[in-house]
Design a protein around this ligand. Structure first.
Ligand SMILES: NC(=O)c1ccc[n+]([C@@H]2O[C@H](COP(=O)([O-])OP(=O)(O)OC[C@H]3O[C@@H](n4cnc5c(N)ncnc54)[C@H](O)[C@@H]3O)[C@@H](O)[C@H]2O)c1
Length: 392
């Protein structure tokens, strides 16, 4: 049986290990303490139980999956004959480099080394390994067992063969992989989400809307599954803040960290898990009144996400199809930003961005040159049969 190893058995690691075992690998979970590993295996047992209950996995198969899973605190022993290693230790570059340094030495020269980092540079992490071409990003979404998307990220040194192997592996794990061709911060999904979040934070900080007003519009008018602030509270404001910081470092003013987010994190208000964040979760799930939905213009989040998608295209990070698929599978939006832009009309998106930029002088509204180029060519979207896509 082929062997796979997951390093780090926390929130993501145990789910990724479960998927590998379900894909037929003898799967080893590695962590620093036995208790953590026991807890991780219990979580896998619970998850498999749920899948059996829902009829998605047969009981016999669930038993076999568990038999294929082993745990250890000895990383070197576990990875020696592994075909695949996925790292899911905390989001800290020094720690990840240390782990990859050990992996580089202890694994076979052709073992695939994947990192589940959300925001760090794959290229930087890969430098800790003698053959950096075998290091690739495999960004799973939480919870990995249920979320269908994996962003497969090529670092500067990642070989095409290794990226292809990671794509096949994700498919074998039952996921839809999207190739992120460049090692840009935020990959695809977080780039688009952060652009939207930057806009709504600005609106709130300028006193133009409250968080409830924004979330009502985002949910009931734009039809997104969760409000922007509700989502931030749900994923954890510390996680959102760390990603925002990385994005601000990479993109400057265009991805400015929201001062309100920073303040809440400093006060230890981290969202749902601590009971307080943008909302007060101690009194229950936030109630977002429908009647507020008209008080914030959702075109503003539309145009910034279409603009960010244009930047991704300009930087050759992914195709329009891949950007849209990533957003739909990673966030459950019904439409991706490229489809949306083509439907709204790229000329209207551009003129709205110009208006906002003129009014507020914020970088987030500065139109991407690619968008200007498309409009200049008369590629305005569906209405001209050409925009981000070509329509027959
Ligand atoms: N939680 C999410 O929603 C999410 C989503 C996508 C990606 N990610 C990324 O996945 C990675 C893991 O995140 P998480 O939320 O599962 O973290 P976590 O803190 O829940 O789990 C990390 C685990 O790694 C273990 N660990 C630490 N040092 C180790 C070492 N040297 N060797 C072996 N194990 C070690 C810890 O004991 C812990 O159990 C991060 O890079 C994060 O950015 C997280």
């Amino acid at each position: 049986m082929e062997k796979a190893v997951v390093v780090g058995a926390g929130a993501m690691g145990h789910g990724i290990a479960q998927l590998l075992a379900m894909a037929g690998f003898e799967t080893w979970l590695v962590d620093v303490k036995e208790e953590i590993l026991d807890k991780a295996l219990n979580q896998v047992r619970w998850s498999l139980g749920k899948l059996v209950e829902k009829g998605r996995v047969r009981e016999e198969e669930a038993k076999k999956v568990l038999e294929r899973m082993k745990t250890t605190v000895n990383l070197e022993d576990a990875v020696r004959d592994a075909k695949v290693v996925v790292e899911a230790v905390p989001e800290n570059l020094e720690l990840k480099k240390q782990v990859f340094g050990r992996l580089g030495k202890a694994t076979q020269p052709n073992t695939l080394l994947a990192t589940n980092t959300s925001s760090l540079s794959i290229t930087e992490i890969s430098k800790a390994v003698e053959k950096p071409e075998r290091v690739v990003g495999m960004h799973f979404f939480n919870p990995p067992v249920l979320m269908p998307l994996v962003e497969v990220v090529k670092g500067e040194y990642t070989s095409d063969e290794v990226a292809g192997f990671a794509m096949d592996l994700a498919r074998r794990m039952g996921k839809t992989p999207i190739l992120v061709r460049k090692d840009v911060r935020g990959f695809i999904v977080n780039r688009i989400l952060i652009s939207m979040f930057t806009e709504v934070c600005l609106a709130v900080c300028r006193g133009e809307a409250t968080i409830e007003v924004v979330d009502a519009a985002v949910k009931y008018k734009a039809g997104l599954p969760m409000g922007a602030f509700e989502l931030a509270d749900y994923i954890g404001l510390d996680v959102a803040y760390n990603i925002s910081k990385v994005m601000e470092e990479a993109y400057g003013e265009r991805a400015k960290v929201c001062p309100e987010l920073e303040k809440l994190v400093k006060e230890g208000k981290l969202g749902q898990k601590t009971g307080k964040g943008f909302y007060d979760w101690s009194v229950g799930y936030p109630r977002i009144p429908f009647k507020l939905a008209d008080k914030y213009d959702v075109w503003r989040i539309y145009v910034v996400s279409v603009n960010e998608a244009s930047w991704l295209l300009k930087e050759d990070v992914a195709t329009p199809q891949d950007i849209d698929t990533a957003i739909k599978l990673g966030t459950s939006w019904v439409q991706g930003p490229c489809e949306l832009g083509d439907e709204l009309g790229l000329d209207l998106v551009l003129s709205r961005l110009r208006e906002l930029h003129m009014k507020y002088k914020e970088e987030i509204y500065k139109p991407c040159p690619l968008l200007e180029e498309y409009v200049g060519r008369g590629w305005l979207g569906r209405k001209t049969k050409r925009g981000f896509y070509i329509y027959e």
